[in-house]
Design a protein around this ligand. Structure first.
Ligand code: AP5
Length: 217
């Protein structure tokens, strides 16, 4: 199963990609997470990506596309994958078509998770992440057992620098202008699943898995 998740920042792409990766036993490939890993490891790619990420802008297409092409070539993606945060504009959409066609593959489904602006802002500004193991929390919707401490590894939680309100507003406007046109791009192919992302994590997951099951058995 080759899937990608489309949706504004805060729609719940990462949260649902984790669930789908476990359910279908396929890797979760998040371009944002790969960039953040490079940043932690202080690679040249991480330093380049940071210039754009801190401003809430997209990292240039050539860098991002090469990174995804390398990632889906790894053996764990041979039986499928769930992309999270890629493609992010029409050029990346066309590039993904090329990468898949070169391997005789295609997308089985594009999952569009929708949520209103105010909810997106609340989810992003209240998100906290573990800088050590990457676990994600929310101060209101999914708090850790002990305030500010990761349940998994005990590390102090932090706010992503791009989750500050001023950067969140830029990211949401970049989404509207550059990423939202992908909805129509996939709709005409009949592979778009429309999902209401305002419900609980469990309800959203159930609805995605049901819709995929109805289409792919
Ligand atoms: P990236 O890391 O991909 O960020 P994003 O798309 O902005 O998405 P987010 O991770 O912010 O949100 P999400 O939809 O995954 O929500 P989540 O599940 O975490 O990208 C970061 C940056 O990297 C970009 O700005 C860009 O610079 C660069 N980049 C990445 N990909 C790129 C590309 N292809 N091209 C160019 N540049 C690229 O949920 C958010 C919060 O809400 C969490 O706290 C969660 O606990 C909570 N939550 C989730 N679902 C629910 C629910 N149903 N109910 C209640 N709470 C919920």
């Amino acid at each position: 199963m080759n899937l990608t998740l489309l949706g504004a920042p805060g729609a719940g792409k990462g949260t649902q990609a984790n669930v789908l990766a476990i359910h279908y036993k396929i890797p979760h490939i998040s371009t944002g997470d790969i960039f953040r890993r490079h940043l932690r490891e202080e690679t040249p790619l991480g330093q380049k990506a940071q210039e754009y990420m801190v401003q809430g802008k997209l990292v240039p297409d050539d860098i991002t596309e090469a990174m995804v092409d390398d990632r889906i070539a790894l053996s764990d993606a041979a039986l499928g994958f769930v992309l999270d945060g890629f493609p992010r504009n029409l050029n990346q959409g066309k590039a993904l078509d090329g990468m898949l066609a070169a391997r005789g593959l295609f997308l089985d489904g594009v999952i569009h998770i929708a949520a209103p602006y105010d909810l997106l802002v609340e989810r992003l500004v209240g998100r906290r992440i573990c800088p050590a193991c990457g676990a994600t929390y929310h101060i209101r919707f999914d708090p850790p057992q002990a305030a500010g401490i990761c349940n998994v590894c005990g590390t102090n939680l932090v706010q992503r620098p791009d989750d500050r309100l001023e950067t969140v507003e830029t990211r949401l406007s970049v989404y509207r202008e550059e990423t939202a046109p992908l909805i129509a791009f996939y709709q005409v192919r009949g592979i778009l699943l429309e999902i209401d992302g305002t419900r609980s994590v469990e309800d959203v997951s159930q609805s995605i898995i049901q819709q995929l099951g109805a289409r792919h058995g």
